[in-house]
Design a protein around this ligand. Structure first.
Ligand code: GLP
Length: 249
């Protein structure tokens, strides 16, 4: 079942409140964070709500899903930069509370194993997720084994095409990334998948129609005991009404 909201702003407000409630109930919450334009209204709402509630974030820890390989944290398309620019710098969060995989590590295999060990020890309370038009979550492209931990992945043509819009020059766009694995994502206590926009209507339909299989990475979330799939009206266009639970503004 998909929770359907009128627009991305209302989703932002709903997910922001979900995070605020989580932190109020458990001040040392561990949050799994995502990047991508889908998250922008979520982070904007969260920042506003944190300020309104004077919420203390000093106990939280965050872990991001992924990072491009080869981009310095200062590169304006790196996910380090995205998180800094769209979330961390607006809040009272110390750098040591936040974690992203290091896309410049000299030994990527070791970096992946270390990151997964950290995730296991931290045990994420709420993991935010967006989705690629091919069904990827994090950067787990179709075909990624469901038992994978944090690993290096070669980006598909489809993903490179989708994400090249952010780069001035496509040739600057990395061809590989490091991402939490499917098993890492599934070990979060709650997963919250957010999908917005008409350009994602097809992948919502694919996800709805798909069995749980590695060619549609997000399908694994159907097996998660505590998952929310939140979409807007535009993304809901190609699925039956019976799959939608509309949430009024
Ligand atoms: C990237 C990220 C994903 C994100 C996806 C969708 O590929 N690795 O985590 O979900 O983009 O991005 P957008 O929200 O911009 O559509």
């Amino acid at each position: 079942m998909f929770l359907v909201f009128p627009d991305p702003e209302q989703i932002g407000s709903y997910v922001g409140q979900l995070l605020v409630k989580q932190i109020k109930e458990k001040p040392n919450s561990v949050l799994g964070l995502a990047t991508g334009s889908t998250m922008l209204p979520v982070y904007a709402a969260f920042i506003k709500q944190v300020k309104q509630a004077s919420l203390d974030l000093s106990g939280i820890t965050t872990y991001n899903l992924d990072e491009y390989i080869g981009l310095a944290p200062e590169h304006d398309q790196s996910y380090h930069f995205f998180m800094q620019d769209n979330l961390f710098k607006h809040l009272n969060i110390k750098p040591e509370q936040t974690h992203l995989p290091n896309g410049q590590a000299s030994d990527m295999d070791a970096e992946g194993k270390t990151y997964s060990r950290q995730l296991q020890a931290a045990h994420i309370d709420v993991q935010l997720l967006g989705i690629g038009t091919n069904g990827h979550i994090g950067f787990n492209e179709p075909g990624t084994p469901f038992d994978s931990i944090t690993h290096v992945i070669e980006l598909t043509e489809n993903t490179r095409k989708d994400n090249s819009r952010f780069f001035d020059d496509v040739s600057e766009m990395p061809t590989t990334a490091i991402t939490m694995g499917m098993a890492d994502i599934m070990s979060a206590k709650q997963v919250v998948l957010v999908i917005t926009g008409e350009h994602k209507a097809q992948v919502v339909a694919d996800l709805f129609n798909s069995s749980v299989n590695e060619q549609m990475p997000a399908s694994l979330l159907k097996k998660h005991p505590n998952s929310l799939m939140i979409i807007d009206e535009a993304a809901a266009k190609l699925i039956p009404a019976s799959a939608c639970q509309h949430v009024a503004a």
